[in-house]
Write a protein that binds this ligand. Sequence first.
Ligand code: F6R
Length: 265
Amino acid sequence: MEILIRDTPDEVAVTAADIVATYVRRGAVLGLATGSTPVATYQELIRRHREEGLSFAGCTAYLLDEYIGLSPEHEQSYYRFIRDEFTAHIDIDDAVVHSPDGLNPKPWLAAEKYDAAIRESGGISVQILGIGTNGHIGFNEPASPLKARTRVETLHAQTVSDNSRFFDSIEEVPTHALTQGLGTILDCEQPLLLATGFGKADAIAAMVEGPLSASCPASALQMHDRTTLVIDADAASGLVRTDYYRHVEESRPAWSAVDGRPVEA
Ligand code: F6R
């Protein structure tokens, strides 16, 4: 794993935007997470679009997950969220911003269809990810199968509680979601996980320095050879080997940008 530690959430957003922009410039398939963490990165990408001409016109996007039972118009649906926070402010064609169909009465079929669509698009290039306080990525909660495809998941009580801040009451938080499975996520070219704040420190320590285990679904990213984390010092505060991770970045050879590969490769 490549672990890039930044002093502040704003610096996390700049580094993450640098990485995403390399994919945007080649018209790649973007994997988009919702939640609060990537919003600053999306804002930085919007700024680069407006002020520096970064064009998303050649890109396609797939959301990581969607609540079951919320219509696309619902202000907390991820369909709505990603448009409000990101894609409505850039020049990507709205028709190619895809998300799982949370209203399909047969959600397991919606999951299969979504997974097939990702495959048929050629696969996700860069997959932006947040991490839950319990180590989930997407909505893959602890004990998720490590090789699963897009599927239906029951939200953990911790996730319902964490996400209730976006709803008027905890009772309104959906109990189920459609999520790319860990196997689907692992198929992407580069997972890019972002985390900020002390609240994520335990989850980051478990995913990076703990064992590969379904108990911490994010630890599945240990199996991907191009996983990059961009985290702030607070989220990194539970790690034991921060000196080494900083040393790896500082001693990166001039010919190498990410994991020993040129960024534009
Ligand atoms: C969002 C998602 C979730 C969040 C995670 C962290 O699409 O799949 O895994 O990334 O719950 O959420 P925040 O960033 O709000 O702390």
